[in-house]
Design a protein around this ligand. Structure first.
Ligand code: 5GP
Length: 187
């Protein structure tokens, strides 16, 4: 099973993804490659931070399951190792999710949304991003949401990390029980 978390930057999907793998040992969280510089406050294991040259060499060698350019930086999911008995969890932006859906039509795409746009702004500022960066991210959020809604199986509001994780885990349980039921009937 492939589960893809999408949603506007700053919505908290990274925190939810980490919580999901802590709670469900069947989930295996992919570590992406990026050409963006580490952000102050990042631990340094969030991504494999690489140069643009190294990234493009990996693209040429067909080493990504999907990759995309987002706000001037490249991000990609390396082809995962064999994962017997495990489910692959990706936390990516929407162009990558569209590629995954094309490649794996059964992938479950979950759109994580903020309770309100003021909440999203507060979270982006709280990460220490500069004003210009926050403004760019907020300006692109409506398109990301619209594109996300077009492909998502279900939408989850991140009003509380634990509650959002509960909701996602119950959606995943529903899929494991009945892989062919529509996501709307699984919760
Ligand atoms: P950030 O720079 O805030 O860490 O990430 C920016 C956006 O890139 C987020 O929406 C994040 O989910 C997405 N992203 C992270 N890793 C990948 C990846 O491997 N592929 C794609 N397509 N997007 C990614």
């Amino acid at each position: 099973m492939i589960i893809v978390l999408i949603g506007p930057g700053g919505v908290g999907k990274g925190t939810i993804a980490r919580r999901l793998v802590e709670r469900d040992p069947r989930l295996w969280l992919s570590r992406s490659w990026t050409t963006r510089a580490p952000r102050g406050g990042e631990r340094g294991d969030e991504y494999e931070y690489v140069s643009r040259e190294a990234f493009l060499a990996a693209v040429a060698a067909d080493q990504f399951l999907e990759w995309a350019e987002f706000h001037g930086n490249l991000y990609g999911t390396p082809i995962p190792p064999a994962l017997p008995g495990r489910d692959l969890l990706l936390e990516i932006e929407v162009q990558g999710a569209i590629q995954i859906r094309r490649r794996f039509p059964d992938a479950t795409v979950l759109l994580v949304v903020a309770p309100s746009s003021s909440d999203l702004e507060e979270r982006l500022r709280g990460r220490g991003d500069g004003d210009e960066h926050v403004a760019r991210r907020l300006a692109s959020a409506p398109q990301e949401l619209a594109a996300g809604r077009a492909i998502a199986n279900a939408e989850v509001v991140n009003d509380d990390v634990e509650r959002a994780a509960d909701e996602i885990l119950s959606i995943l349980e529903g899929i494991r029980r009945d892989p062919h039921a529509p996501a709307s009937q699984r919760t």
